[in-house]
Design a protein around this ligand. Structure first.
Ligand SMILES: CC(C)(COP(=O)(O)OP(=O)(O)OC[C@H]1O[C@@H](n2cnc3c(N)ncnc32)[C@H](O)[C@@H]1OP(=O)(O)O)[C@@H](O)C(=O)NCCC(=O)NCCS
Length: 195
């Protein structure tokens, strides 16, 4: 198994691999000055090979890298996560410590489901989404491609978040949010458009 990106996010993912006794061969990074992360070698990005997880926190950058590579992508799921057998998890997605994913939830490709997140029944999480630590998604919530949900945010049942949105930390989202906006607060309100 390999990781692409040797940042703090990669440190979390490599510890998930260690928890599962999955050997990590190396990481790749386009910053040639990084030679190692803990005891693992960091190699130039041009040498990238799979099976791979893109270990970069930016949703846009994960999307760009995934589109540029024709490689096998893996998932990383911490053993403390509780995941329904009826949930679906896409390739390249990482699921951190203490997460709960309930029945019939669908998680797309290259998502980050961060520490302690709770994704309830029948939620649909599209590709390249990041659910930050301790986000709470009630049943039937939908989060569109590339959106970043800030830490501790609560989204009530059946609410739909558009694509490539940013929802500020600690928000309480009670109404649908359109594509491409930054929204925040309790109650969550649109602050500005983001391209
Ligand atoms: C939403 C966020 C990205 C906005 O950052 P930004 O683009 O730099 O925007 P600003 O800080 O300039 O804030 C713009 C406005 O939104 C408000 N705002 C920002 N974040 C907010 C939040 N979480 N809740 C309520 N209001 C918020 C600011 O007060 C500001 O309002 P003002 O113009 O009336 O002063 C950032 O505040 C945030 O919440 N990030 C999430 C961090 C997180 O969860 N990280 C997890 C990593 S694993």
């Amino acid at each position: 198994m390999y990781l692409y990106g040797a940042s703090g996010h990669a440190k979390v993912i490599l510890e998930i691999l260690e928890s599962n006794n999955i050997p990590l061969e190396a990481l790749f990074d386009d910053n040639d000055s990084i030679k190692a992360l803990f005891d693992y070698p960091v190699l130039p990005a041009e040498e990238v090979k799979g099976p791979l997880i893109i270990s970069i926190g930016s949703n846009r950058i994960r999307q760009k890298i995934a589109a540029s590579l024709n490689l096998e992508f893996e998932t990383a799921i911490h053993p403390s996560a509780i995941i329904s057998d009826r949930a679906k998890i896409g390739e390249g997605t990482v699921i951190m410590q203490g997460t709960i994913i309930q029945t019939c939830a669908e998680i797309g490709k290259h998502c980050i489901i961060n520490t302690g997140a709770s994704v309830d029944h029948e939620c649909v999480i599209e590709d390249f989404v990041h659910l930050s630590p301790h986000t709470t998604l009630c049943g039937n919530v939908k989060v569109g491609e590339g959106s970043w949900i800030g830490a501790g945010t609560v989204i009530i049942p059946r609410v739909e978040i558009g694509k490539w949105c940013v929802i500020g930390a600690g928000s309480v989202v009670t109404k649908n949010i359109p594509d491409g906006v930054l929204a925040a607060g309790n109650r969550c309100k649109i602050i500005k458009s983001i391209s």
